[in-house]
Design a protein around this ligand. Sequence first.
Ligand SMILES: O=C(CO)[C@H](O)[C@H](O)COP(=O)(O)O
Length: 237
Amino acid sequence: MDQDALKREVGRAAVAQVKDGMVLGLGTGSTAEAFLHALSERVKDGLTVRGVPTSQRTAELCRTLGIALTDLEQDPVLDLAIDGADEIDPDLNLIKGGGGALLREKIVAAAAKDMLVIADGSKLVSTLGAFPLPVEIIPFGAAATLHAIEEVCASHGLTANASIRPNLATSQADSAPLITDGGHWIVDCKLGAIGDAAQLDSALRGVPGVVETGLFIAMASQALVAKDGAVEVIKPQ
Ligand SMILES: O=C(CO)[C@H](O)[C@H](O)COP(=O)(O)O
């Protein structure tokens, strides 16, 4: 089964956990979009839900698919957040932010009573860190913040190989930074295996100029992972 088919399968499996009347957190990325397509089928059949989108891209897709939107002002507590991930470890700690939406994704996941992660099997890892860790920063003083991020990583025995994510939607020659929905930039840190992800997360969040990291520690309550034609349910160990 190809990766897109696995995403569609896990999207359908996630919809089975959505109950009528729920207020949802709606993730960003191709797996989250597969879920939204499956959700819209149930909405057409009469399911009533509303959701807080984690990005402008997700909000636009929901409008196209007829999924009702809300926000955290009207609904500060969500029943369930459903989102993809770039890496998932056995404790369900995550790296997220490959799609640049990590800040809103983390706010939405934190507002939810439960976070359901959906992925294909390629996202399962024994240790986080092969995927470059995204760190969202304020543009002011970016070079100093990047330097401080490298120092923090070094103090955790890691080489950050940090770089500001370019906006690839513009021409390749144009190295303008990607601007997130919150008006920030993203630093990608090619770390390799992260020994203590919780400690690194907290140290990075202590750097002035860092808004948030893509480390989601102990936030997910369950993962649905599609592989070999079956969907595995994983709970934190
Ligand atoms: O964190 C994310 C966006 O910021 C995505 O959930 C993550 O990048 C996974 O995306 P995909 O489902 O396309 O592989």
